[in-house]
Structure formats: structure tokens, C-alpha cells
Ligand binder design. Structure first.
Ligand SMILES: [Cu+2]
Length: 360
């Protein structure tokens, strides 16, 4: 008797658990609309096609799950009759369900999704190789062109031009003109990473010594967050990216500003701060164009003051976070390749930050 009780309770518990799982499954895509990084929230033609496929899959799978639970519920609650009225155990019937539900339906569903996915891949080539797709050379002949190099755990962004005076390097904040396709070559300086801005396109991997290509278009101005989508070490989860799509005029203005060398400080604090910067280890790792700081193992800081976020789109770019970052990078992004720099006096730190903030 006691055993029977326990098993009934388990079944009830199982049902409640199943219900909450179902609710959670329904809530997921809806919550997705609000999240900054969501495949369902498309702002470009390629992403829109991917979103259609994602919605199709989500709705189809929810329907199939609902049908499954209805059938399971039916199996629990249908009248079973007594032992005497029960059919002999070896009577046939029901095998058809195994063939249909266990084989035919999955084959049909998965085939549709597979072919749909393949068609999308062919329509929006992201790799420079393969039959029928534009060659790597052709992709990079398209303008404007950008090279993104993944580092543990930040993004180097090079804007390339045939005219070297029109090329520059920045980091962690990608600006693109709205409505204009942008060709991006992706590479890595260390391990594998993956470039993924869900609102604009699918993922493309950054593979050592194998450049890959992707072409993105933003259909509306806005800020779109990206995320490294290939586990690349301790700080992989904090390797974000901010993409800003701007009207062409604003984009050109941004580009002209980025082409300039680092702003020469004018306030006493910032002038002092520049000396602190150049006289400390900062200059060994970071570049500020127009100064002696020519380090190449860390984000280019020539226009750090113009960026919204620091540490690859993780913390806001303000005085407090910059001070915290300089003195405690290892607490804000543990194991990242910038050490804690605790040698500065309070005034030196304030001057240093004043210098960084005016590097607009
Ligand atoms: Cu990564």
C-alpha cells in the first residue's frame, strides 16, 4: 500500500515538473525578444531568414512537445479495465505508432529543417571557399572592408583601405554604415573564437591560420551586441562586442575622427595623465597613435574615450570603471591578460583617467 502511495505521489510530482518545464519552454522565445542578443530579434536580411527558421523550429517543436504531453496524459488517465477484461499481452496493435511517431515524423521534420538550413547556408555564404560562393579574394574586394582579429578576450578591429592613410585600428566597438553590406575577414591571434552578432547574421569561426569571411548588413540604425560563440578560455563569457550601425554621414564622421592620432591633452590633469601613461607599463602593451605608446598585445587606446564600453563591451566607460579596471582588472575580468596596476597615487590615477577620457 505504502509503495503504491509513494508511486502516485511521484507521478503527480512528475506532472507538476512537466508543466513548469512546458511553461518555461514557452517563455523562452518570448523572453528572447527582450534580450539584446537574440536570434529572434533580427535587424538585417540574413538574420531575418535565420530568425524565420528559428521561429519555425521553435513553434514546430512546441507543437510536437504539446502533442507528446497530451498523448502521455492520455496514457496515464485512460481507463484500463480489469485483469479479466484485459487483452492478452501478445495481441498485436500499436506497432504502427512506433514506425510513424518514432521514425517517419522525425525523418520528415529533420529533413525539412536540414534542407532549409542548407539553402540558407548557400544563400548567405560566410566562408570564402566552396563551389558557387564568391572567392575569398572577391569577398575582400568588396568595400568597406574590415578585418577582425580575436584575442583572448577582446576583438581587434582593423578598417582597411587601399590607401594606407585611410586605414586604422580600433577595438571592441564595430561601427558600420546602415544599409550597406560590409565584408569582414575574421582571424585569430591565439585560439579559436567565433564572431556572432545574432541581430545581423549567423556565426563564423575564427580559426588559427584560416581566414574566414562574412558579409553583414544592418537594415536599421542601432546598437547590436555580439558574443564570442566558441569557448576560448576563462573569460570567454566576457568576450562581448558592441556593433553600432549608423546612418552613412554619422559613420563617415566617426571614421574621420578615428583616423586622427590620439587627442593632445589640454587640461593640466590630462597633460599630467599622459606623462603617467607614457612612463608606466601601459605603453608597452597598448598603442595610442601619435605617441611613444606602440604596444600591440592589447586594445588600441587611441580613441578609447569615444567608446561606450570597456573590456570588450563588459563595463561602462566612465571614470569609476576605468579606475577600477586599471587597478583591479584581475577582479573585473579574472585571468585576463592585463595585470592589476596598483603603483599609482590617487592623483596619478585620476590624471591617467582624465587623459584616457579625453582620447575621443
Ligand atoms: Cu573568444
Amino acid at each position: 500500500m505504502r509503495g503504491l502511495h509513494r508511486s502516485r505521489r511521484t507521478i503527480r510530482g512528475g506532472r507538476a515538473g512537466a508543466m513548469s518545464l512546458m511553461l518555461a519552454a514557452c517563455a523562452l522565445p518570448l523572453a528572447g525578444c527582450k534580450l539584446a542578443q537574440s536570434t529572434y530579434n533580427a535587424h538585417g536580411p540574413a538574420a531575418a531568414h535565420i530568425a524565420t527558421l528559428a521561429w519555425f523550429m521553435t513553434i514546430l517543436f512546441l507543437v510536437i512537445t504539446a502533442i507528446m504531453w497530451i498523448l502521455i496524459g492520455y496514457a496515464f488517465y485512460r481507463r484500463r479495465g480489469s485483469l479479466e477484461t484485459h487483452e492478452p499481452i501478445d495481441s498485436s496493435g500499436g506497432e504502427g505508432w512506433i514506425a510513424i511517431g518514432g521514425f517517419a515524423i522525425p525523418v520528415v521534420v529533420l529533413t525539412i529543417i536540414f534542407i532549409w538550413g542548407l539553402m540558407l547556408l548557400g544563400r548567405y555564404p560566410i566562408h570564402g571557399v566552396g563551389g558557387g560562393m564568391p572567392s575569398a579574394k572577391a569577398m575582400m574586394a568588396m568595400k568597406p572592408k574590415i578585418r577582425i582579429i580575436g584575442h583572448q578576450w577582446w576583438w581587434e578591429i582593423q578598417y582597411l583601405s587601399d590607401d594606407p592613410s585611410q586605414s586604422f585600428t580600433t577595438a571592441n566597438e564595430l561601427h558600420i554604415p546602415v544599409g550597406q553590406p560590409v565584408s569582414i575577414e575574421v582571424e585569430t591571434a591565439d585560439v579559436m573564437h567565433s564572431f556572432w552578432i545574432p541581430a545581423l547574421h549567423g556565426k563564423v569561426d575564427l580559426v588559427p591560420s584560416q581566414p574566414n569571411y562574412i558579409r553583414i548588413v544592418a537594415s536599421q540604425p542601432g546598437e547590436y551586441h555580439g558574443q564570442c560563440a566558441e569557448f576560448c578560455g576563462d573569460e570567454h563569457a566576457r568576450m562581448l562586442l558592441l556593433a553600432i550601425a549608423q546612418p552613412p554621414a554619422a559613420y563617415q564622421a566617426w571614421k574621420q575622427a578615428q583616423l586622427q592620432p590620439g587627442h593632445e591633452p589640454t587640461t593640466p590633469e590630462a597633460i599630467e595623465g599622459k606623462q603617467v601613461f607614457l612612463g608606466s607599463p601601459c605603453a608597452m602593451c597598448h598603442t595610442v597613435r601619435g605617441t611613444r605608446a606602440l604596444g600591440h598585445v592589447a586594445p588600441d587606446l587611441t580613441h578609447i574615450g569615444s567608446r561606450k564600453m570597456i573590456a570588450s563591451d563588459v563595463y561602462p566607460n566612465n571614470n569609476a570603471y576605468l579606475m577600477a579596471w586599471i587597478t583591479h582588472a584581475q577582479s573585473l575580468k579574472p585571468d585576463c591578460l592585463m595585470p592589476n596596476l596598483t603603483q599609482f597615487s590617487g592623483t596619478q590615477l585620476q590624471d591617467l583617467v582624465a587623459y584616457l577620457r579625453q582620447l575621443q
